[in-house]
Design a protein around this ligand. Structure first.
Ligand code: AMP
Length: 148
């Protein structure tokens, strides 16, 4: 394996993480209406769902919310205020620890636009986006081409 590939594989993921303070999120007990506002205002289609102790419970997205308020003949918009995020969120969260490898992050990013990063105690540390992983791979290939 050449030096560049080794450097890429051995780099940590920590430096690529968007820290929790900069990540839009909602809380388990929030209404679907609140979640829809957060999603629309932030411009993201999915954001993490956390509890009061900042632990990760799931992901909520615009398609999940719309799906949960669709009746047979109409949009049951009253459900937006009646239902809570935890009732409809996706509980399968792509999750890594800060100490996990770049290769593992690259693998998870194939099927997920972003990966949640948890600290050892399960507290949310931030997210790693497919964009930042791809940018890192691109930088590596470009450096390789310039040197060879
Ligand atoms: P991007 O690669 O920047 O388009 O981000 C991919 C996905 O990651 C977005 O669609 C969001 O679901 C999520 N995401 C990225 N940045 C943030 C952020 N600052 N807060 C919440 N979610 C984010």
């Amino acid at each position: 394996m050449n030096m560049e590939n080794r450097k890429l594989l051995e780099q940590g993921i920590q430096e690529l993480v968007i820290p929790a303070d900069n990540v839009a999120h909602v809380q388990v007990g929030n209404s679907l209406e609140h979640a829809l506002l957060v999603l629309t205002r932030s411009g993201y289609t999915a954001v993490p769902v956390l509890d009061l102790h900042f632990r990760i419970h799931g992901l909520i997205s615009t398609p999940i919310i719309f799906d949960s308020i669709l009746g047979i003949e109409r949009i049951e918009h009253e459900k937006l205020t009646e239902r809570k995020v935890e009732e409809v969120m996706n509980r399968k969260v792509p999750l890594l620890k800060e100490s996990d490898s770049f290769l593992r992050a690259l693998e998870l990013s194939i099927n997920n636009p972003f990966i949640c990063i948890g600290k050892e105690d399960g507290v949310f540390a931030g997210i790693l986006t497919r964009r930042s992983i791809l940018a890192s791979v691109y930088k590596n290939f470009r450096n390789f081409r310039e040197k060879n």
